[in-house]
Design a protein around this ligand. Structure first.
Ligand code: PRX
Length: 650
């Protein structure tokens, strides 16, 4: 691959109109924040509406942060009611497009009315402040309505991505002790229906805590409804009032739980609270996307991931923006769907993932060429490192060399964007998320905690707590401490830092280049997965003795998954092709189709250290095709390695 070594300073025309218009203005913000970071964030928090002001802006008891303590507020009130006083009430909040082609627009006033009705319906069912409500839906406006309705009454939402299987939904509802579920009959995806209610029914068989299920009718599919438990959305909302007083919630009230993958088989329920989260998502959405009153903002993420939470729902709505929400696949009915949407709705800001851009490249330039993309003024990317060649394509073919690109680094855990260009002020370089936003203290350090030299690879850490940081792992604070705070622990001499799980380096200009995860978390087509979760699905098969899943680089998906499986002796002589398919189907059942390994390789045994630990590093090297280069002195049986190399199969 050609090395792209260029810089792009913000276009004068863009910078002139931008919220932060010069490098000097950005430096002033950075300085102001580093002089007194807490009062910097207080300034941002004052941009929101509060029922009662906070008494203490920040309380830190390592590793637990509290922001704006004593203040009371409400996320739904901030996203909606605040905009109803003037002309914004008639502004489009959501422009929605269904996959089959229908469109719907909800103004702020209409969205407010829907959210109030849904909030009243939840209250009528007995859902209370502090209860957890699961949401298992596709990309329909009602998914946003459901989230904001929960937030309005102080229920904590737990959105489960619609691509997850019933097993995965069950696990997430049980772990969070959800009392209600909001779902839909089916969702459109690539011309097909995904039967969400049927999957939810299967999940509910193993979930005792859920008392009520609200079902949106999206299609004309026949749908089984359980008397007493299941309620149609349209029926239960029909009689509900269009007004509802938002609950006055403490700043630290839990807003949502969102499950993500870690390095063990069990997903982590990342807990975010209200005041700090809202403050930082509102701030970052305005700063990074340079949101203006007349923007039409289109983020292609799914609502089931953190990007959907922070930059489809909360960030844009807090800023009173117009969002475009699209239900289906980017290549349905043809690979120009996004470009068509941009042209028809006059999208000005487009935020997507490198994996999607790689697919656009593969589909060819002729698709965007058919459309007038001149409404675009800013492009964004998130979720994985973007290779410079892909960045350049995005810049020239979609951005016509006019639009700044914001490569935004952040995580489910960080809640909001942490490292990113500020488009009117930062000179960008293809492949780097550039520098931390004002108020964010990140560093690239060695294992001993000393800062790395220029271009030296190290670990990415956050050195000061930030408002939208996760508060804990729901129900498992021990794991929270271990996962994020044990690499650089607090000691008498050390304050203790948050470890991101990412490797990175910093170049001579201080720009941060993300190298990728250093743990067993992988990114497949923009979906974050833990290899241990997939392994635990595989070993639940009665013929599997052991499994190890590793990732290899993949041009389209970022990473592809390769599962090494050793079988029990009872599998001798069985048809391995059939077994391979059975195992892939098992992963789809336990987690979801998107987690199916690309390859299943059978091996007599897996390489292990003398203490019995599977040497995943060796497997990674084998699948990358570079040959085994590292130290193999702890490998128990060298012949295993030779056989794996030969592609030995049982
Ligand atoms: O490895 C980093 C990668 O995605 C991880 C976080 O995944 P998730 O919690 O699913 O959130 C994704 C959406 C925010 C990070 O640890 N990542 C995210 N953004 C970038 C990135 N890697 C490189 N460049 C990015 N811009």
């Amino acid at each position: 691959m050609a090395k792209v070594d260029v810089k792009f300073s913000p276009h004068k025309a863009f910078a002139k109109e931008a919220h932060v218009a010069t490098k000097a203005a950005l430096s002033r913000m950075v300085d102001e924040a580093s002089e007194d970071v807490v009062s910097f964030w207080e300034g941002q928090a004052r941009e929101l509406a509060w029922f009662a002001p906070w008494r203490k802006p920040f309380v830190w008891k390592h590793p637990h942060a509290q922001w704006f303590v004593g203040g009371t507020t409400n996320a739904s009130m901030n996203c909606l009611d605040r905009h109803l006083g003037g002309w914004r009430k008639s502004k489009a909040a959501i422009i929605w497009e269904g996959e089959p082609g229908e469109t719907r627009t909800l103004t702020y006033q209409q969205l407010h009315a829907e959210v109030c009705r849904a909030a009243n319906a939840l209250l009528k069912l007995g859902v209370q402040r502090g209860n957890v409500v699961a949401i298992y839906m596709g990309m329909v406006p009602e998914a946003i309505v459901a989230m904001l309705a929960c937030a309005r009454i102080g229920a904590t939402h737990n959105v489960v991505f619609g691509g997850f299987s019933s097993e995965a939904l069950k696990e997430r509802m049980n772990d969070s002790n959800a009392v209600a579920l909001i779902t839909q009959d089916a969702a459109w995806r690539r011309g097909d229906l995904v039967h969400l209610k049927a999957a939810a029914d299967a999940a509910l068989k193993g979930c005792k805590s859920v008392q009520h299920v609200i079902v949106l009718q999206r299609t004309s599919e026949k749908t089984a409804m359980k008397l007493g438990r299941d309620h149609w959305w349209h029926e239960i909302l029909a009689g509900a009032s269009r007004t509802n007083e938002p609950a006055k919630l403490p700043s630290e009230h839990p807003l949502f739980i969102l499950y993500t993958s870690g390095s063990t088989g069990k997903p982590k329920g990342i807990l975010h609270t209200t005041g700090g989260y809202l403050t930082q998502v509102a701030y970052s959405a305005k700063l990074v996307f340079d949101l203006k009153e007349d923007d039409v903002y289109f983020c292609t993420a799914d609502i089931g991931w953190i990007t959907g939470h922070s930059y489809i729902v909360y960030g844009p709505l807090l800023n009173g923006a117009t969002i475009v929400m699209y239900e289906g696949a980017p290549n349905w009915p043809e690979p120009n769907r996004f470009w068509d949407i941009i042209e028809r709705h006059g999208v000005t800001i487009f935020y997507t993932a490198p994996t999607a851009i790689r697919a656009f490249i593969k589909w060819g330039e002729s698709w965007p060429a058919k459309h007038d993309l001149s409404s675009l003024r800013l492009l964004g990317t998130v979720g994985e490192p973007i290779n410079p060649e892909v960045w350049m394509w995005y810049h020239s073919v979609i951005g016509k060399q006019r639009c700044p690109i914001v490569d935004t680094w952040w995580q489910t855990e960080t809640g909001a964007i942490m490292i990113s260009p500020v488009p009117g002020a930062t000179t960008t370089k293809p492949g780097t998320a550039t520098k931390p936003l004002p108020g964010i203290a990140v560093d690239v350090v060695r294992k001993d905690g000393t800062s790395c030299d220029v271009n030296e690879g190290g670990l990415l850490v956050v050195k000061h707590p930030w408002p939208s940081m996760l508060r804990t792992i729901y129900g498992n604070d021990v794991r929270y401490r271990e996962a994020y705070w044990s690499e650089f622990p607090k000691t008498r001499k050390h304050p203790g830092w948050y470890f991101t799980g990412d490797g990175a380096k910093r170049d001579k200009d201080g720009y941060i280049w993300i190298i990728g995860r250093v743990d067993d978390v992988v990114n497949v087509s923009g979906h974050r997965l833990g290899t241990a979760e997939i392994e635990s699905a595989l070993v639940s098969h009665k013929l599997v003795a052991e499994a190890a899943v590793v990732a290899r680089p993949d041009e389209l998906k970022g990473h592809a998954l390769v599962a090494f499986v050793s079988l029990k002796s009872s599998a001798k002589g069985l048809n391995t092709d059939k077994l391979r398919e059975e195992l892939r189907a098992l992963v789809a059942k336990e987690i979801g189709h998107f987690a199916k390994p690309d390859e299943v390789r059978f091996a007599e045994s897996l390489p292990k250290t003398r203490s019995g630990k599977i040497m995943r590093r060796l497997l990674r090297e084998i699948v990358s095709g570079f040959g085994v280069t590292g130290d193999v002195s702890t490998l128990e049986d060298m012949s295993v390695l030779e056989r794996l190399h030969k592609g030995d199969e049982e």
